[in-house]
Ligand binder design. Structure first.
Ligand SMILES: [Zn+2]
Ligand SMILES: [Zn+2]
Length: 362
């Protein structure tokens, strides 16, 4: 049986053929012609892209061999053998590459310490390393391994209040990036100490589940009144940026107290201690109150969370005090038949007590 039954002669002499040649169950399109004149033999070999790609590294050797053969069939045998050899060696190289990749990753993880390995994806492309800081807080460094690792840097993700910019060099390993990460953690220790105290001893209305990178906290002062803090991660006990949310007549005295007592603020004391000193209050906490007392729902949509927003507008009538989302109140006033506009403000009345109320145009 002719094993080259998919190859057809292109002329009656049979020195020019084309068709399909099989090697390790793969088909390759091939074109071969042999020209002989005055004892000079010329061979032209071409074919599909994958055939040319496989033969290219051995092109010169192959041509020498082919010149010594006597028939086109022998040439085809020769080509077929070379194709099989080439296919096998690429397959081996790929496996070797893969093994080297795994071994390298395992070696690097070993060097970091298996107790620090929090997660490895089944395809080995993503690794999470866990650091415990001096106050037992867990921090995760997520790494994604590129194909050309370690020449190419891994992509990484972290939860820190500041940018962690690690300049990856080809000699770097998981250990070097992990050590740099641990150093940055130490730098933020004081920031987290202060925010942990706030989170534990006050009612934090926002964010609902603070991340280690969050510098903002909105904490309850009393029903419908809260204080929004923006803390500087580099100087966590310095006076934070403060804004108050709630009815003006309640917020105004709180703001005045803060300003008149600001000389009591000391960076040597904790953030919470300082806030209590200058505001002369005890903040409501999980020990003294339930969160629902402070999460006053919007009087228009009856929910607390509306996307990222919480109710921040309120009716200033002391017997009403109803809270509203800014967008809900804006839509409500805008639709009133007797709405009045002045600059960027809309004037209407409270849907509950009908006292005058205004809201800015978003
Ligand atoms: Zn609403
Ligand atoms: Zn009202």
């Amino acid at each position: 049986m002719n094993i080259f039954d998919q190859i057809m002669p292109l002329n009656s002499v049979g020195n020019e053929v084309s068709g399909y040649i099989n090697a390790l169950n793969e088909e390759f399109y091939i074109q071969l012609s042999v020209q002989e004149s005055k004892q000079i033999k010329k061979i032209r070999l071409s074919g599909c892209e994958k055939l040319q790609k496989l033969l290219k590294p051995v092109q010169d050797d192959l041509e020498q061999h082919l010149l010594q053969t006597n028939s086109v069939t022998d040439m085809l045998h020769e080509i077929q053998n070379v194709l099989i050899m080439q296919l096998r060696s690429t397959a081996i190289n790929q496996t070797v590459d893969l093994h080297m990749g795994y071994n390298l990753l395992l070696e690097q993880l070993q060097a970091v310490g298996w107790d620090k390995v929090h997660y490895i994806s089944s395809d080995f492309q993503s690794v999470h390393l866990k650091a415990i800081d001096e106050f037992d807080r867990e921090h995760i460094l997520k790494l994604w391994i590129p194909e050309k690792f370690p020449k190419e840097p891994p992509r990484y993700e972290y939860d820190l209040p500041e940018v962690f910019d690690f300049k990856w060099l080809p000699d770097d390993t998981f250990s070097t990036i992990f050590s740099a990460f641990q150093e940055v953690l130490m730098k933020h220790s004081e920031f987290w100490d202060n925010l942990d105290e706030i989170d534990a001893k006050t009612w934090v209305l926002e964010p609902e589940n603070p991340k280690r990178s969050d510098c903002k906290r909105r904490i309850a002062i009393s029903s419908g009144v809260s204080l929004l803090l923006l803390v500087d991660p580099a100087r966590p006990t310095a006076v934070p940026t403060c804004s108050y949310l709630g009815p003006d007549r309640i917020v105004e005295p709180v703001r005045e107290k803060f300003n008149s007592n600001i000389h009591l603020w000391s960076e040597y004391n904790s953030l919470l201690y300082n806030l209590k000193q200058v505001l002369e209050i005890e903040f409501p906490s999980p020990e003294s109150a339930t969160k629902e007392e402070f999460c006053m729902e919007c009087g228009i949509c009856y929910s607390y969370h509306l996307g990222d927003a919480v109710p921040t507008m309120n009716c200033d009538n002391s017997s009403c005090n109803q809270m509203f989302h800014h967008s809900c109140l804006y839509e409500y006033i805008r639709m009133l038949p007797d709405v009045r506009t002045s600059f960027n403000k809309l004037f209407g009345e409270c849907p509950y007590c009908s006292k005058p109320l205004w809201c800015t145009v978003p």
